[in-house]
Design a binder for this molecule. Structure first.
Ligand code: TRH
Length: 395
């Protein structure tokens, strides 16, 4: 596939500042690799936090951060305070409003024609996003125009990151013996076929011990797979195991917990595909759980002014359209409890039986939602077309 931007494929340059956690680099690395794979052009990715990059993209271990290098066709560069610009890309993406270095802006001004400059925004299901997606923002004194690009859930929005072969790979992996079954066996996960396999990727969760207790006392085997993350402290507390680490397995009644190492992104997809229920957080894992097409629980990234509560409600309102009222209430109640914002202050443990009882409808909805989103254009494709449009518009 060739990029519609120009006859020769454009050079993309993406700037990523890792604020906290892995989400920013998770999204930027995924986008960079997907643009390359789709033939949208060459991609240079600037990242300030090399350690975070290496956890998401282990191929970066082979790259000397002082000089940079290629992984999966993406040119990786360390963004330091001593930043010296290279010839800018024809498309410059600043991710999540990270501020471009003044020297980069100068280099962009010197380029003819001026680069297409994109601010890739955070994902939100809120209605105002439609009005801001694609908006132009001229620089106050430089001859440069930045455009806002919002990922989204609507036709006409920015789309969601989805590799071209993702769903086919997922389906094949689930059925092939060397896929799911071998993946579970390799990790010593010997849960019964009737067990509920749950992946748990989360921020701190004070309410976890009570939920674990409910699972341990339940009738159905619950097999929890926990990749190393911030929630591990609460898992230790819940299980009374101070030294719990990757590779450990602990059983309490009907609850079996396995701690897994943090994997690369492809490995994380497999974890999601292997489970019946996925607890996810932030942005990128939240989207990946949607592509897994199984029920999931979203822990939204907390914001100081509680703005995240509106974002949570906006997504719930979209996601639950068409779900029968009782089941929709059960999901919303559990999600709000997991995010500490249930109006009745319900805990996840209290909301769990209702969520579990709603399972058939929630399972169906997860598949329907995935199918509906997969029918829309993906983010890399929409972004490529958007940049082509800007490049060819009179400026
Ligand atoms: O790390 P996060 O909490 O990221 C958040 C959000 O992006 C949020 O919008 C942002 O403002 C904040 O960071 C600073 O969660 P997220 O977005 O799911 O990113 C985690 C990434 O880690 C994702 O790309 C999946 C990846 N991952 C692995 O590659 N391997 C693993 O084993 C696990 C558990 C995750």
């Amino acid at each position: 596939m060739h990029s519609p931007l120009s006859a020769s494929r454009p050079r993309w340059e993406i700037f990523c500042q890792v604020v906290d956690n892995f989400g920013d680099i998770g999204v930027c690395w995924r986008l960079a690799a997907d643009l390359v794979r789709r033939g949208c052009g060459s991609v240079r990715l600037w990242v300030d936090d090399w350690a975070a990059l290496r956890r998401i993209c282990p191929g970066a271990h082979a790259v000397d951060e002082r000089v940079g290098g290629d992984v999966e066709g993406v040119e990786l560069r360390r963004w330091t305070s001593a930043f010296v610009p290279l010839v800018p890309g024809e498309i410059v993406v600043e991710a999540f409003a990270c501020e471009l270095p003044p020297a980069q802006l100068e280099a962009m001004v010197a380029l003819r024609p001026a680069p297409v400059w994109i601010n890739l925004e955070y994902l939100s299901a809120e209605a105002w996003v439609a009005g801001c997606h694609g908006m132009a923002s001229p620089h106050p004194h430089l001859p440069l125009v930045k455009h806002f690009f919002f990922p989204g859930f609507d036709a006409g929005g920015g789309g969601l990151l989805r590799e071209a072969d993702l769903l086919a790979r997922r389906d094949a992996w689930r059925v092939r013996p060397e896929g799911r079954a071998a993946w579970l066996a390799a990790r010593g996960i010997d849960s019964s076929p009737d067990a509920l396999r749950v992946s748990l990727f989360a921020y701190e969760q004070a309410e976890l011990p009570a939920l674990f207790e409910a699972w341990a006392c339940g009738d159905r085997e619950v097999c929890v797979l926990v990749p190393e993350s911030r929630v591990l402290g609460d898992v230790r507390r819940a299980l009374g195991h101070e030294r719990l680490q990757a590779g450990d397995r602990v059983q309490r009644g009907a609850l079996v917990t396995h701690v897994l190492p943090f994997s690369d992104q492809a490995g994380y997809d497999e974890l999601l595909w292997a489970c019946e229920l996925n607890f996810v957080r932030g942005e990128d894992s939240f989207v990946r759980a949607q592509w897994a097409a199984r029920p999931f629980v979203w822990q939204i990234y907390p914001q100081a002014d509680a703005a995240h509560h509106d974002k949570l409600e906006a997504f719930l309102a979209r996601y639950l359209q068409g779900v029968p009222a009782a089941e929709a209430d059960a999901l919303a109640r559990f999600w709000r409890a997991w995010n500490g914002c249930a109006p009745d202050r319900a805990s996840p443990a209290a909301a769990w039986p209702g969520f579990a009882a709603a399972w058939p409808a929630l399972d169906l909805q997860a598949q329907r939602w995935c199918d509906a989103q997969a029918a829309l254009a993906d983010l890399a494709t929409v972004l490529d077309a958007f940049c082509s449009h800007i490049a060819h518009a009179p400026r």
